[in-house]
Design a protein around this ligand. Structure first.
Ligand code: FES
Length: 105
């Protein structure tokens, strides 16, 4: 389990990047927290720097969109999903469970 930040430091619509075995971005949107691989599956761009709309993030480099719930791309140029990770909120802090990774084919 990796501590991402305090709940107060991640307002709705924002993202934070944390370093684990790979960079992971944690998003707060629509009242929920989501964690996915930070690096876009298309090329080398940080999804934490992307634009969040609902449960989707748009890559800042070529505008592929990923579903934060599943990691699946919803449009080109990305074709491969990114991994998702469980998020736990405890004692005012946000944690990412990096031991559990899911990759939706
Ligand atoms: S790097 Fe993300 S769409 Fe190209």
């Amino acid at each position: 389990m990796i501590r991402a930040c305090d709940v107060d430091d991640l307002p709705e619509g924002e993202a934070v990047r944390v370093l684990a075995h790979v960079p992971i971005s944690v998003f707060h949107t629509e009242g929920e927290y989501y964690a996915i691989d930070d690096t876009c599956s298309h090329q080398d761009a940080s999804l934490a720097d992307g634009w969040v709309e609902g449960c989707f993030v748009e890559c800042p480099l070529h505008a592929a969109s990923f579903d934060l719930r599943t990691g699946k791309p919803t449009c080109l140029p990305a074709k491969r999903p990114v991994r998702t990770y469980p998020v736990v909120v405890s004692d005012g802090a946000i944690y990412v469970d990096t031991a559990v990774q899911e990759m939706t084919a």
